[in-house]
Design a binder for this molecule. Sequence first.
Ligand SMILES: [Zn+2]
Length: 183
Amino acid sequence: MKKQFTDADKMIKALKDDPSFPYIYKGNKEAIVTGKINGIQWMGKIDCLNLDAKNSYFVDLKTVDDFHKKHWDDGQHKFVNFAQQRGYILQMAIYKELIKQTFGINARPFIIAVSKQSTPDKAIYSIPDEDMQEQLNELQECQEHIRDVIKGTVKPIPCGHCDYCRMHKTLGSIQSIDDIEIF
Ligand SMILES: [Zn+2]
């Protein structure tokens, strides 16, 4: 929580001289929304929710190393941008759905991102509806499994590459040197 707060503080400092920022970043701050997606309970905390505007929208603030850095995605076996890699499109899709359930309003999502470079980069992004729908479809396929893992009734499926998986890895079975995956 503490770190998030400092990050948000730094970002607002970086954005405070931007003429558009105060105009866009107004509304209900840290708005809590709740709801159910296919029977599973979800909660979201939205940085800024503006339901007063003629066109309702919400904004989430994100810090990024560098907007243009590429990130390897294991699932898709290709490089993706920071928003795709960190699941921000899914997050915005869930928020949009929870806002609809809580207030009966279709709000438009925006991400305002600031880079951590010594001279920070700034941008505001919209998110295509079809990308959010695709993410929600994927979520509906896997959320029951995630819920069961959280409950502890089902074991997680190891990805084999992350810190956690490496920490719990043993030599176990022998694999052919031809089968080493390269990314
Ligand atoms: Zn892993």
